[in-house]
Ligand binder design. Structure first.
Ligand code: MF3
Ligand code: CO
Ligand code: CO
Length: 284
């Protein structure tokens, strides 16, 4: 019996054989294909599923404590302690110099907001909390929007459209779909609602590291880009601005991204697995 060269310890037939044949088939059709490394083996998928589950429990803990009057550092403290209590490690901490265990991005902050002890949540704020958790060496990555007190009708619509856009993209993909489909459906819905999609940051392969190939754009063309194959694990994490799509990076901390026009921005993130028959959300 031939063992798979990926190191899973599984017979090749039960591991990457199918993927290798599919890659050959799509290459013959001149399609862009994933590399074999982008196809996770069953052992890795189980590990990433568990990391995604723990990561969601951490976000659940945030949902229970987030309220007006706390600081973003309070959120950081809960994420850090809850993650470790559940047997995980918060991946953002010290990642390329990132100083905290979670990203908390408020209002016109698009992403990569850094928690601190002087930013208080106030009525009307819309807040993205983005957690990445390492469990037994595997990574899960997801984010959710939270609202503080009553928010404006525009903010409410922005959050709803952002959630709808990711759900729509997930409902449209599966094996044989294309990476461009994701961005196509997300962008079309955002634009239809008078909003715009950030291009400078995107989703990414995930699982054995926080950021892997491929880059997952949130604008795209239907039927274009890399074909999606079973075993691929990546995030979809649209950042949608109420105003124009332009952004800038905070010069003082080198991390936090803001909308250039000061408009609100919302984001939702899921980790997904392409299966033999469709797609599974691993960050539930
Ligand atoms: N969780 C973010 C993502 O969705 C990445 C965080 S970068 C860090 O890709 F530096 F803040 F960790
Ligand atoms: Co994330
Ligand atoms: Co991500």
């Amino acid at each position: 019996m031939e063992l798979c060269s990926c190191g899973s310890g599984l017979p090749y037939e039960n591991c990457h054989k199918n993927a290798e044949e599919l890659i050959k088939k799509y290459k013959a059709q001149r399609q862009q294909t994933p590399t074999l490394k982008m196809i996770k083996n069953p052992v890795q998928i189980e590990g990433i599923r568990e990391a995604g589950r723990i990561n969601s429990l951490v976000l659940d803990a945030v949902s229970k404590m987030i309220r007006e009057g706390i600081t973003t550092e309070d959120i950081n403290r809960v994420v850090d302690s809850e993650t470790r209590k559940l047997g995980g490690i918060p991946a953002p901490l010290n990642y390329e110099g990132f100083p905290k265990s979670v990203c908390v991005s408020i209002n016109s902050q698009v992403c990569h907001g850094i928690p601190d002890n002087h930013t208080y949540l106030k009525k009307g704020d819309i807040v993205n909390v983005d957690c990445t958790t390492i469990v037994n060496g595997y990574f899960g990555d997801a984010s959710r929007m939270f609202t503080i007190g009553e928010i404006t009708p525009q903010a409410d619509r922005l959050i709803k459209v952002t959630r709808e856009s990711i759900a729509l993209a997930i409902s449209k993909i599966g094996p044989g779909a294309h990476l461009g489909d994701i961005g196509f459906y997300i962008n079309r819905l955002a634009v239809k609602n008078g909003f715009s999609v950030v291009r400078e940051v995107g989703g990414h392969g995930v699982g054995l590291a926080m950021h892997e190939d491929p880059f997952v754009a949130h604008v795209g063309d239907l039927g274009r880009g890399m074909v999606l194959l079973p075993g691929m694990v990546f995030t979809i994490e649209p950042m949608i601005n109420a105003g124009k799509r332009g952004v800038f990076v905070d010069a003082a901390n080198g991390w936090t991204i803001y909308t250039a026009d000061g408009s609100l921005s919302a984001q939702e993130e899921s980790t997904v697995l392409i299966t033999e028959t469709g797609v599974e959300i691993l960050s539930k």
